[in-house]
Design a protein around this ligand. Structure first.
Ligand code: AMP
Length: 114
């Protein structure tokens, strides 16, 4: 598994994007190809390639993804209308970037997922 990926470069600010939120555990920024009026990615600052690689050591980081998702949803004023959080794992789910990330999607009715 590659140690380098586009998200690591964003986290380390080697690639310039609008960072919506960053702390010692996670970073949030806009998705390059938004699928909804609000489409934000929230990613751990350390490389966890997929959900399959998650261990109990990651529980605080993974919890922080939800805390930050709720914070950004409120900031974007989509908390009452609602939103969807998605984490894709491996190719059947369409995971493109092998750095675990949470999609935060909202700002319009998203329709049923399945
Ligand atoms: P996934 O299919 O769950 O791996 O999602 C990867 C997401 O990363 C896609 O929605 C892409 O549009 C997004 N993406 C890829 N490159 C960048 C980038 N440089 N900045 C922001 N989002 C990106």
């Amino acid at each position: 598994m590659k140690k380098d990926n586009i998200f690591i470069n964003i986290i380390k600010k080697k690639i310039k994007v609008d960072i919506l939120y960053q702390d010692e555990l996670v970073t949030a920024f806009y998705d390059l190809n938004p699928k909804a009026p609000v489409h934000v990615l929230i990613v751990p600052n350390i490389l966890i390639p997929t959900v399959n690689h998650v261990t109990t050591n990651d529980e605080i980081i993974l919890g922080r993804l939800f805390v930050v998702a709720a914070k950004i949803a409120k900031k974007k004023n989509i908390h009452s209308s609602g939103y969807r959080l998605i984490v894709n794992c491996n190719h059947h789910a369409g995971q493109e970037i092998y750095h675990l990330h949470m999609h935060l999607l909202g700002g319009k009715p998203l329709g049923p997922l399945l």
